[in-house]
Design a protein. Structure first.
Lengths: 239, 239
DNA sequence: CCCCTGGCCTGTACGACGTACGGACCGTGG
DNA sequence: CCACGGTCCGTACGTCGTACAGGCCAGGGG
């Protein structure tokens, strides 16, 4: 059938778009998403305020494209490891690294999510691995999504952590105060003997860790537990 | 020691604050966080634009308080179930329900996270359960956080899903088009035979599900796998 | 050859946002 | 009675996303 090539947007136009997105990503990496305004972006590109709109429909679309640029970094070079567990771990780790390098991409999700190419490539890789397990489609989907969920959740919390440490670092020596009497309500609850466990732990923390914040418990343990559970489930199904 | 009660802010002041926060939550529930502007909030309260600032330092603090209001809904009535696994599941489920009722609370995280009372109460409950496992503190923390991560990740993805369905529903019959030719780049990749698995699955989807979107694989399976992994780990440690 | 057309680019302008600030009001203690 | 501290109000500033109305220029048809 004569396939009309779906309105291909001419290579140079695509290049300009990519350039705009790359500049936006650079700004976001360096100064956070909030620093990415259309005016700032236009300045960065040496162009008038409204010019980027020639290549990008709206700021929402721009953010969507920026997220897809991050998704490109989640792709693992083929061929993937043969063992499904090793492969899923590798993908999860790569995904974590991408989110950690561009924490802003976890921030606001777009109002109107569209299926972008790199996100789809990433999904394609993951599905490919999961299908090797030979589970029914329903369960396969659940495996894929549960791992995704864990990774996203971990990265979201890690970003919050990072932000907190940054703000503590910026405050200098008064940093601890922020933890010690955080809020009148909290202070009252602590005095009243509510929250006994937290009170005990908080006391220990202040002495042992910089800023009173213990090191992160890490990405691996939870991922391993999840994979253990999946593996056991696969073993049961395979009997 | 003469404890000065840390500047208690007088009951009526606290009431006003709570009223403001409640109104903001109401707006966010009904129309999304973006609808919560200080002007709109003031209107809602029948008060001048700047008046809420008498009781709330900034919009960031307001958002923080709104999130804490959601955290209050995550609290489980005492006494908690005796079995640790049942209790953790109950907390996770309750947390999921709270996020689902107020999806906006997963949106932007505050620049300067403070420890608020309800969040702390929620953490206190969770820690209490995890400590029953008798693991070393490090591992206990990992257990707690990994479950948290999974829940947050799941809810984040569920929110995206919900948003997508809403936007598809709003578009009427053309909804499917949005999935069928999502983007020139994607169309090209599909034609070129990249993404074979997705192509096959997408074909199947369109026929079987409303809007071509399959039902969610659910919260339970992933949570169970994670808990299975944790339980096995506990069993090994307890030998 | 000219001229016209269609795509890129520009500048100005509008409405909404968060919030700084200075003044008005008002109940309470000296 | 007055003065004062806390509450409330209105105006105003700077920034944001973006609608819109032109300007520029290359390339193709008369």
């Amino acid at each position: 059938m004569g396939v009309t090539p779906t309105e291909q947007p001419s290579a140079q136009r695509a290049d300009k778009r990519a350039e705009i997105v790359a500049a936006a990503v650079r700004i976001a990496d360096a100064e956070g998403v909030d620093a990415v305004s259309m005016r700032r972006l236009a300045d960065e590109l040496g162009v008038a305020t409204m010019t980027p709109y020639t290549h990008v429909a709206s700021k929402d679309e721009l953010l969507d494209l920026m997220r897809d640029a991050v998704a490109a970094e989640m792709l693992l070079p083929e061929p993937l490891p043969e063992d499904w567990r090793t492969a899923l771990r590798a993908i999860a780790e790569r995904t974590r690294a991408a989110y950690e390098a561009h924490p802003w991409s976890l921030d606001a999700t777009p109002r109107r999510p569209r299926a972008r190419i790199n996100r789809l490539r990433h999904v394609e890789q993951s599905i490919g691995i999961v299908l090797r397990l030979g589970l029914d489609p329903e369960t396969s989907r659940a495996v894929l999504l549960s791992i995704d969920d864990y990774v996203i959740g971990y990265c979201t919390r890690a970003r919050g952590r990072q932000r907190m440490l940054a703000s503590l670092g910026a405050e200098g020596k008064d940093a601890l105060r922020h933890l010690r009497d955080p809020d009148p309500e909290v202070a009252a609850a602590l005095d009243a003997g509510e929250l006994p466990i937290i009170k005990k732990i908080a006391g220990r923390r202040d002495r042992h860790h910089p800023f009173g914040v213990p090191p992160d418990s890490g990405f691996e343990p939870g991922l391993d537990w999840l994979l253990d559970g999946i593996e056991a489930s696969v073993a049961r199904a395979g009997r």
